[in-house]
Design a protein around this ligand. Structure first.
Ligand code: C2E
Ligand code: MG
Ligand code: MG
Ligand code: MG
Length: 284
């Protein structure tokens, strides 16, 4: 029968093995080398103040430019990195790289980094993040870690200890993709989230309607009561922007404002914003 991926692999060939499984194996193997080969890079997507229109935060989103497979999305390789444990090395590298870019931004612009649950449970996880910040020279208060509800599925000491250690160092937390998981209000109560990011599925897609608008409104109401900011994800049209504003969201993120861009373009976006403001201030 046909060989797959050269002579070394034919021994392992199983006709039942799906293409996706083969691809996963390749990704696992290559991901370990990808950092050294400089194939990964961090892109940045602005999170915008819906009142002033100013960029308040850039979210770091990892990209893999594979020499043969082309651009791979995080949804393809982050799960593989999690299953294989590569996520710990990868996660620390991502935080370090992102922090190195963020030190060049104005002090009032923060950096958001996504964390995988497995990363948090690794020994020394909190120290790894703090030392990445120290090396880059980024103040911990400028970092915001985005975690999802899945983190709390097996609620344990490791998670609480991690959040506690970083919070007391000044790092902020945001609850990502809110509304897609178990959405228990218990951990909003127990953990110090500064932001809640309402999942994109409430903003755009086939199921969006009066119900999803009411849900956003209720979450925004809760945010206001608890002094948390509510971010609407996935804003693609001006109508969506005005809808989530009307519902009470204070921050927005999505292609309508900008896609994730390389670090030099993030700096350009910020420079343009400052220039516009400087001109406004000097206007007679
Ligand atoms: P996320 O943290 O919820 O990030 C938002 C995702 O939505 C990003 O996809 C972003 O490009 C996409 N997005 C932003 N605005 C829009 C929009 O207007 N329309 C649409 N259709 N999509 C929009 P991306 O970069 O492919 O990342 C997917 C997920 O992979 C992220 O979801 C996050 O969970 C994970 N991820 C990305 N980077 C990292 C990372 O560095 N570490 C970890 N652990 N996970 C990451
Ligand atoms: Mg995120
Ligand atoms: Mg999200
Ligand atoms: Mg997501």
């Amino acid at each position: 029968h046909a060989k797959v991926g050269g002579k070394n692999r034919s021994r392992f060939y199983d006709p039942a093995m799906s293409r996706t499984l083969i691809r996963r194996r390749e990704i696992e193997h290559e991901l370990r080398a990808a950092i050294q080969r400089d194939e990964l890079s961090i892109f940045f997507q602005p999170i915008v103040d819906l009142e002033s229109g100013r960029i308040r935060t850039f979210e770091a989103l990892v990209r893999w430019f594979h020499p043969e497979k082309g651009e791979l999305t995080p949804d393809e390789f982050i799960p593989v990195a999690e299953e294989t444990g590569v996520i710990v090395t990868l996660g620390n590298w991502i935080t370090a790289q992102a922090a190195r870019a963020a030190v060049h931004w104005p002090d009032d612009v923060s950096l958001a980094v996504n964390l995988s649950p497995l990363q948090i449970k690794a020994p020394g996880a909190a120290l790894g993040i703090l030392s990445a910040l120290r090396e880059a020279g980024l103040d911990p208060s400028r970092l915001e870690l985005e975690v999802t509800e899945s983190l709390f599925l097996d609620d344990n000491h490791a998670t609480a200890g991690f959040i506690e250690a970083l919070s007391s160092a000044g790092v902020h937390f945001a609850l990502d993709d809110f509304g897609t998981g178990y959405s228990s209000l218990g951990y909003i109560d127990r953990f110090p989230f500064r932001k809640i990011k309402v999942d994109r599925s409430f903003v755009s897609g086939p199921n969006v309607g009066r119900k999803s608008e009411a849900i956003i409104r209720a979450v925004a109401e809760m945010g206001a009561q608890l002094d948390m900011e509510i971010v609407a994800e996935g804003l693609e049209t001006v109508d969506q922007v005005s809808a989530v504003r009307a519902a009470g969201c204070t921050l927005g993120q999505g292609y309508y404002f900008s896609r994730a861009v390389p670090d030099y373009l993030a700096a350009v976006l910020l420079a343009q914003e400052r220039a516009t403001e400087a001109v406004k201030r000097t206007a007679v």
